[in-house]
Ligand binder design. Structure first.
Ligand code: PEP
Ligand code: MN
Length: 336
């Protein structure tokens, strides 16, 4: 249930509620909005709403009907805005995350980072730990990759988004990453979700290959209920019978998630299509549908990329895409 305080409720009024919640053996989640404070109570609540409603500064008690609670709009009506290295995700501005699928060498990541920074990108993507379908494919440079990302971060000031694949690696990856990426294949790796939920790092949670939107939101709930409120949800396409594309990008997921949840939505048109020539069109569609940002694979020479070359843009294509996005943003009331 959520306990909605009257506008301008005092600290004393809020602490009366917190005391009662704790007496029930439950954990309160306090959210201070611009206008009012709400307190979320998760777990089986044995008391009737008036147990709280009798308190003088409580306006009302609302039961949350959806299976996800902390991620829901019922729990928090205002859009969540996440601050990362001086940029904001979830506000009026479209957040751009770009870079290669994988960190391949120090020279490769440095060169790409330099060019992207010139183009105005603030968040560099690049996998050090790569979840590959085949065990014989390039698995990422792992610790060396993290080291190179760290060096690039120091030199350029770019924020880093990179994947973490197992709970044991969370601490190590967190030392370099500004955003921890949970890949599609790990969307339902609950120990991993719990582990990133215990950090204070923003998390980019990608939709599983065959996951419903409700399952994605339930996975977000694992992170939120462990204390980490800085979660971004990523639509990256799902598996269908269509074979011309790698995945089927679900554009309807974007306005739907925005309706169900207050969390920012990032779109990945690279994995969403698997086809370089479709990335810009689908990326623009995602922004028009209300996405708060894009994550795009860009490489100096996509033909020689060690992973996901077919869906990777070169610098020229990316720069043209940015120009098109600028024009689109002004029509959608967004900025880039
Ligand atoms: C990636 O971002 O390179 C990646 C592996 O994505 P996904 O988990 O969406 O397949
Ligand atoms: Mn990739």
């Amino acid at each position: 249930m959520i306990i909605v305080m009257k506008p301008g409720a005092s600290v004393k009024g809020v602490s009366q509620v917190l005391k009662r919640v704790k007496e029930l053996g439950l954990k309160p989640n306090l959210i201070k909005g611009k206008e009012r404070t709400v307190i979320g109570v998760i777990g089986w609540v044995e008391v009737e709403p008036d147990y709280f409603e009798v308190l003088p500064e409580v306006e009302k008690v609302v039961r949350i009907m959806s299976p996800f609670k902390l991620a829901s709009r019922e729990f928090k009506n205002e859009d969540t805005v996440i601050r990362i290295n001086g940029t904001e995700v979830g506000g009026r501005k479209i957040t751009l995350m770009a870079g290669p699928c994988a960190v391949e060498s120090k020279e490769q990541i440095k060169e790409i980072a330099g060019v992207l920074k010139e183009m105005g990108v603030k968040i560099l993507r690049g996998g050090a730990y790569k979840p590959r379908t085949s065990p014989y494919s390039f698995q990422g440079l792992k610790e060396k990759g993290l080291e190179y990302l760290d060096e690039v971060k120091r030199e350029t000031g770019l924020a880093i988004v990179t994947e973490v694949m197992s709970p044991e690696d969370v601490e190590k990856v967190s030392q370099v990453a500004d955003i921890l990426q949970i890949g599609a294949r790990n969307m339902q790796n609950y120990p991993l979700l719990q582990a990133v939920g215990k950090t204070d790092k923003p998390v980019l949670l990608k939709r599983g290959l065959m996951a419903t939107i409700e399952e994605l939101l339930m996975s977000a709930e694992y992170i939120l209920s462990n204390g980490n409120t800085r979660v971004m949800l990523c639509e990256r396409g799902i598996r269908t019978f269509e074979k011309y594309t790698r995945n089927t990008f679900d554009v309807s997921a974007i306005p739907l998630i925005k309706k169900l949840s207050h969390l920012p939505v990032i779109a990945d048109p690279s994995h969403g299509t698997g086809v370089r020539d479709l990335v810009a069109a689908v990326g623009k569609a995602a922004v028009a549908a209300g996405a708060d940002g894009l994550i795009v694979e860009v490489h100096k020479d996509p033909q020689s990329a060690l992973s996901d070359g077919l869906q990777t843009l070169d610098f020229k294509m990316f720069s043209k895409f940015l120009e098109e996005l600028r024009a689109l943003c002004s029509a959608c009331g967004r900025e880039i």
